[in-house]
Design a protein around this ligand. Structure first.
Ligand SMILES: [Zn+2]
Length: 236
């Protein structure tokens, strides 16, 4: 396994990897810029001016092997030579580290913009339903997150909990007189369980609906009926 040579600058890393992937092509001028993105995205462009690389500043000063892995991934995409699995795997593992997840969550929180409507929709008031569910299933102990309706009436994502903004967003599709209240209650209850049982990271794997989660969901009395309602709603 090849590893980065110590003391290489990011520009040198990208130039070296370029040469490895395209040994017969003169290495273009390389520019690497660390940018304050709201996520872990990185970009590469090749034009007359040379190679322009823009990397999230969360990786600035990161270990050289990680930068090298990213160079393989980005240049591989650009030159249509898919990066070896070892690079993709190394990069993914690094981003999944606890401290990295924390930094990424922080930049998302402070830099990402998020649209959050109020809890009161045309038909249903999420605050009211939240408090009912809170009393019925959480001993009234759950701190209320931001509650809102999505901008678009999505049939695919009926609800989601966004931990970086501490917000539960329900699809506007549900805020309709044709949607039985039970369906809205169930989707909100499901998202409240996500708040109660945070996503578990086991190594590189994410476990969203844990065993405890599924067990707790069974406390909802008309679970099957609610799920059937939603299935029909999503089918159009
Ligand atoms: Zn879920």
């Amino acid at each position: 396994m090849q590893s980065a040579i110590f003391f290489e600058t990011p520009v040198e890393v990208f130039a070296r990897v370029f040469h490895e992937l395209k040994p017969r092509t003169p290495v273009p001028r390389v520019q690497v810029e660390f940018c304050k993105f709201a996520n872990a995205n990185s970009f590469i462009r090749w034009d007359e001016g040379g190679l322009h690389v823009r990397i999230t500043d969360v990786l600035e000063g990161g270990p050289a092997p990680i930068l090298e892995a990213l160079a393989h991934i980005l240049l591989g995409k650009l030159l249509r030579r898919p990066a070896a699995r070892v690079h993709a795997e190394r990069y993914r593992r690094y981003l999944n580290r606890k401290d990295m997840r924390r930094s990424l969550q922080l930049v998302k929180q402070t830099r990402g913009r998020k649209f959050i409507s109020g809890p009161r929709g045309d038909c249903y008031d999420l605050e009211e339903i939240f408090e009912e569910l809170n009393i019925a299933y959480f001993h009234g102990l759950m701190a209320r997150p931001l509650l809102g309706w999505s901008r678009a009436p999505s049939r695919v994502t009926l609800g989601h909990y966004d931990p970086s903004h501490n917000a539960i967003i329900l699809s506007r599709l549900l805020d309709s007189a044709r949607t039985p209240r039970l369906a809205v209650e169930y989707v909100l209850f499901h998202e409240m369980l996500h708040l109660r049982f945070p996503v578990e990271h086991r190594g590189a794997r994410r476990c969203v609906h844990t065993r405890e989660f599924k067990q707790a969901e069974k406390a909802f009395p008309r679970l099957k009926q609610a799920k059937d309602l939603l299935q029909r709603l999503c089918a159009g």
